[in-house]
Design a protein around this ligand. Structure first.
Ligand code: ACO
Length: 333
C-alpha cells in the first residue's frame, strides 16, 4: 500500500494579460484636471495608467488576456470548459462579458459567467472556479479579471479620476490530482486556501451612482477615499491571517505577495503587518493604476513573465473592493 492519498486541486497552467494601446501619464492628467504628478505619486504610487480607446472594451481586452494565458499554458479554447470573468464594467448590462469572451475565443462548449465583486472580483472568481474544478464537474477554467473603469469615471473629479486604469488579466486553472501530503513534506500545487467576505453596510463609501434598475444610466464611481483606506488595511489583514491559517502556512513561507494594486500605501501597510519584505511584494500600481478586478492577474502576468514567480512558489493574492467585498487566496504555483 502506498498510503499516498490524492485529491483534486486547481493548478495554475498559465497567465496572460492585455492593456489598451494608450498610456496616460500623471503629467498628461495635469492638463485636464487640477492635480500634480507629485500629489498622485506621493499619495498613491501611481505614475501612469492605460485608457481604453475606441474599439477597446472589457471583452476585447479580456479576449486578448485569455488568449495570452492559453498560449502560455500550451492550450487552445477547445480545452476550456469553464470561463469565469470578474468585472464591474461589462460591455453590456447583459449578456455577460464571460459569454462574449467565450464567443470571441471561438469556444463553443462548457459554461461562462461573470462574477461581480468590484476590485476583489478576481479573488472571488478564483475561489469560484476552484470549487467547480475540485468537485470534478469541470476540467479546465479560464479565470479572467477585465475592466474599463475609465468609462465610469467622472473626469472632472480629481479625487477619483487619477486613481484608475483599464486592462485585463487571465489565468488558466486545471483540475489535477495532487498528493494530500506531497513527497518531502512539500505542499501540493494549486489553490491551497481561499477566504471571501462582504459587508453591504459600507455601500456609500465606494459605489457607482447609476444602474439599469435605478437611474437607467451607467453612472459614475463615487468614493470616500479616506474611509476606504482605513477599512482596507484593517479588514484585508484579517482575511490574510485567516487564509494563512487555513493553508497551514505563515507569512514567512510566502515567496510572493501579489495584492490588489490600488494604492502603494495600502500595499505597504498590509505587507508590513505580516513582516513581508518589500522584495517579495509584486508592485505594478505605478504602471497600471488601479485596474480593479484586473489588477491581480495583470500583476501575476508581469511577475511570471519576468521570471519572478516560478513553479513551486507559494503566492498570496488579496484584494478589497466596493460593497465592501474582500478576500485572499494562497496558491502553490
Ligand atoms: N490632486 C491634487 N489634490 C487632490 C487630489 C488630486 N488628484 N485629490 C484630492 N486632492 C486634495 C483634496 O482635495 C484634499 O485637499 P484639502 O486638504 O484642501 O481638502 C487633499 O488633497 C487631501 O485629500 P485626502 O482625500 O485627505 O487625501 P488622502 O491622503 O486620503 O489620499 C486617496 C486620497 C489617495 C484617495 C486615499 O484616501 C486612498 O488611496 N484611499 C483608498 C482608495 C482606494 O484604494 N480605492 C480603491 C478601492 S478598490 C475598488 O473597489 C474600486
Amino acid at each position: 500500500m502506498s498510503g499516498d492519498t490524492k485529491r483534486l486541486r486547481a493548478v495554475v497552467k498559465g497567465v496572460g494579460s492585455a492593456l489598451p494601446n494608450r498610456c496616460v501619464t500623471n503629467k498628461e492628467l495635469e492638463e485636464t484636471v487640477d492635480t500634480s504628478d507629485e500629489w498622485i505619486v506621493q499619495r498613491t504610487g501611481i505614475r501612469q495608467r492605460y485608457i481604453a480607446g475606441e474599439g477597446e472594451t472589457t471583452s476585447t481586452l479580456g479576449i486578448r488576456a485569455a488568449q495570452a494565458a492559453l498560449d502560455r499554458a500550451g492550450l487552445t479554447p477547445d480545452d476550456i470548459d469553464l470561463i469565469v470573468c470578474a468585472t464591474s464594467t461589462p460591455d453590456y448590462t447583459f449578456p455577460s462579458t464571460a459569454t462574449m469572451i467565450q464567443a470571441g475565443l471561438g469556444c463553443t462548449h462548457g459554461v461562462a459567467f461573470d462574477v461581480q465583486a468590484v476590485c476583489a472580483g478576481f479573488v472571488f472568481a478564483v475561489s469560484t472556479a476552484e470549487k467547480f474544478l475540485v468537485s470534478g464537474s469541470h476540467k479546465r477554467a479560464l479565470v479572467i479579471g477585465a475592466e474599463t473603469f475609465s468609462r465610469i469615471l467622472d473626469w472632472q473629479d480629481r479625487t477619483t479620476c487619477v486613481l484608475f486604469g483599464d486592462g485585463a488579466g487571465a489565468m488558466v486553472l486545471e483540475a489535477e490530482e495532487q498528493s494530500v501530503a506531497a513527497a518531502g513534506g512539500n505542499l501540493p500545487r494549486g489553490v491551497l486556501a481561499t477566504c471571501l467576505r462582504s459587508d453591504g453596510r459600507h455601500r456609500a463609501k465606494l459605489y457607482v451612482d447609476g444602474g439599469p434598475s435605478t437611474t437607467k444610466t451607467v453612472g459614475f464611481l463615487r468614493m470616500e477615499g479616506k474611509e476606504v483606506f482605513r477599512f482596507a488595511v484593517g479588514q484585508v489583514t484579517d482575511v490574510m491571517a485567516e487564509t494563512f491559517a487555513s493553508a497551514g502556512i505563515t507569512a514567512e513561507d510566502l515567496d510572493w505577495f501579489v495584492p490588489h494594486q490600488a494604492n502603494r500605501r495600502i500595499i505597504d501597510a498590509s505587507a508590513q503587518k505580516f513582516g513581508i519584505p518589500t522584495e517579495k511584494v509584486v508592485l505594478t500600481v505605478q504602471d497600471h493604476g488601479n485596474t480593479s478586478a484586473a489588477s491581480i492577474p495583470l500583476a501575476l502576468s508581469v511577475a511570471c513573465g519576468d521570471g519572478r514567480i516560478k513553479p513551486g512558489d507559494l503566492v498570496m493574492i488579496e484584494a478589497i473592493g466596493g460593497g465592501f467585498t474582500w478576500g485572499a487566496a494562497v496558491l502553490r504555483w
